[in-house]
Design a protein around this ligand. Structure first.
Ligand code: PHE
Length: 354
């Protein structure tokens, strides 16, 4: 019996002295684990004379109960201490300003910024964003858009072709975002309201032309859409984009095989602080009946408009960037100067350009 109370004193002292959960577990294993000191006492039970067995068994059980309780109590204390220590190291003050680090030294490219601004404006007008691949077929880039093989526009596009396949067909790098019109009309039922921003390619290179540039296509198809709607949408866009109350626009008659009538649109550069100059920003028109037919839509029932705008061009205009080629020269100094902070997400409510 004295042995037992001595053992109890020792074990309780060990438990109280365990400084962390690891030490406490070692004490537990040493006491009530399979080969622990209390477990060993139990295994001796069989070798005792029958009359001592019961009393000894009870005492060992009582000891085991006390030690287990003490282990549990100490564990609860150590658990809480461990949690508090963790909370202290992981504490984050969400009210602190962002630390100047990689997040702030990175820059959003002006074209990406303008891309996001356009999506924001057109989404507010009820447009969805559609996408198409950069590598297209002759059919989607030209034929379905009412540009047959012998059409001069086909040569004018300075197309990058891939090597012809065995059947004579060839893939190409899309020369405009207009094939997304066809993809959309062939896969969606009207009413259709989409914009399609993306890369386009033409074999052309000088101060104002790069072999790859960006366009944003717009397409609206339903039963009642007319040119008044086209004009309104473009005016609303221009006002929101240039962040001014008034933008004067000029619609000039033009020609595209996939629209009839067709127009080119200029804006009065007063919107960007340069009055007295007209700047061309896009081509547009009412979707040609042949294009509707090529997509399985009945031109007697459906009509609508399309436009194609140069994203790089409107970026240069809005942000006063002089040389198009610098957009694609991956010059960090240029990006630091003209780029946007990752944290300035364009929104209509909060301001597009921050
Ligand atoms: N795809 C034409 C271009 O690249 C622009 C355009 C799009 C014109 C839609 C009319 C309608 O020049």
């Amino acid at each position: 019996m004295t042995d037992l109370s001595k053992l109890e004193g020792e074990l309780l002292a060990e438990i109280a002295g365990a400084a962390d959960l690891g030490q406490l577990d070692a004490v537990r294993v040493g006491a009530i684990g399979k080969k622990g000191r209390i477990s060993e006492l139990m295994s001796k039970l069989g070798s005792l004379p029958a009359e001592e067995r019961k009393a000894f068994g009870q005492s060992v059980n009582t000891l085991k109960g006390k030690v287990s309780d003490a282990l549990d109590a100490r564990k609860a204390v150590l658990d809480r201490a461990a949690l508090e220590a963790r909370l202290a190291t992981e504490r984050a003050d969400v009210t602190l300003p962002v630390r100047a680090g990689s997040l702030l030294s990175g820059r959003i490219h002006p074209v990406s910024q303008v891309f996001d601004e356009c999506v924001e404006i057109f989404a507010d007008l009820g447009f969805e964003v559609a996408e198409g691949p950069d590598i297209e077929t002759d059919d989607l880039n030209f034929d379905a858009l009412n540009i047959p093989a012998e059409h001069p526009a086909r040569q004018e596009h300075d197309t990058f072709y891939f090597a012809p396949k065995a059947d004579g067909s060839r893939l190409l790098l899309r020369t405009h975002t207009s094939p997304v019109q066809i993809r959309t009309m062939r896969s969606q039922k009207p009413p259709i309201r989409i914009i399609a921003p993306g890369r386009v390619y033409r074999s052309d290179s000088d101060q104002t032309h790069t072999p790859m540039f960006h366009q944003i296509e717009g397409l609206v198809i339903d039963e009642t859409t007319h040119m008044g709607h086209l004009k309104w949408v473009l005016e609303e866009f221009a006002k929101a984009f240039f962040e001014v109350d008034e933008v004067r626009m000029r619609f000039r008659a033009s020609h595209f095989p996939f629209t009839e009538p067709s127009m080119e649109v200029d804006i009065d550069a007063a919107a960007i602080g340069k009055p007295g100059q007209w700047l061309e920003i896009l081509g547009c028109g009412m979707v040609h009946p042949n294009v509707l037919r090529n997509c399985g839509l009945d031109p007697e029932k459906y009509q609508g408009f399309a436009f194609g705008m140069g994203l790089d061009r409107i970026t240069m205009l809005k942000y006063g960037i002089p040389d198009l080629r610098a957009f694609f020269s991956a010059d960090l100094r240029w990006l630091r100067h003209y780029g946007f902070s990752v944290l300035d997400v364009p929104t209509l409510g909060g301001g597009l350009s921050g």
